[in-house]
Design a binder for this molecule. Sequence first.
Ligand code: MEV
Length: 314
Amino acid sequence: MNKNKSGHGLATGKIILMGEHSVVYGEPAIAFPFQETTIKTLVEPDHSMLIDCTYFSGKLTEVPAQLKSVREVIDQTLAVLHQEKAQLKITITSTIPAERGMGSSAAVAVALVRGLFDYFDAEYSPETLLQLVDHAEKIAHGNPSGIDAAATSGEEPIFFIKGQPLEKFPMNVSNAYLIVADTGIKGQTRSAVSDVAHLFEQNKQQAAKHITTLGHLATAAKQAILTDDIQLLGESMNAAHEQLKALTVSNTQLDQLVDTAKKNGALGAKLTGGGRGGCMISLAASHEQALKIADALKQTGAVTTWIQSLEVKK
Ligand code: MEV
């Protein structure tokens, strides 16, 4: 192998349109890679085995869970490559806000696997990539459904059911814009997922009702997209947010942003990802409306907003 070579890996952030949390219990979900945000890895020969992360805005020790999963995915990937003794410097650069429900932990794992395989000029199958990322996600999130890994490693929207073959899902809705807003507060995917599991243990009937309803709403949203019914898509999003609230995974800031979006003409609004902080999404029927909503969300406290067209350019 050429020791002067460097390896490069890339992954995007992700947005869950519908079905977070219920996806862990086998219900369907819709997600897409969010190209506005990316993670890049650079792998170079070096004796230091240094991991330089601009992703974590400072020292790696500040985020032990993610540090552990970063180390784990590197070790596991080197083992698969039979390169356990490799001496490398790995630089991770990210524009995905960390711990905001945008899939940063899965994306960093995807970009690391890709960077390491590229460095060693080796091929990998999609299954190998997902297995390695899933392993790291178990450390970061406890009980991942696999949706983050699938969305951050892909190029197209997906209709995802845990354990089933990946279904690509071309999203093409006329005059539909998604406004993504970051509360600026760290999301708590791990504790939210584990609290939903506790709810399930304590009151199975009640929790199962919310989870099944979320699944039905994801299926309704799929139908709405296929029939270009933006009103129905918005209604499904609103209803999903109420179910997620009942599962205790929203918080005051997310609820405030959801209300603001609706008051400013959004057809639907909900939290996205693990919740209890992180990001929310809302749906607008025109770019002008989307700009108005984004502005109102910023005035209500959103630290960043993005506008994404759901219309495929022809
Ligand atoms: C996190 O982005 C999505 C959750 O449904 C957890 C998972 O699916 O692994 C909350």
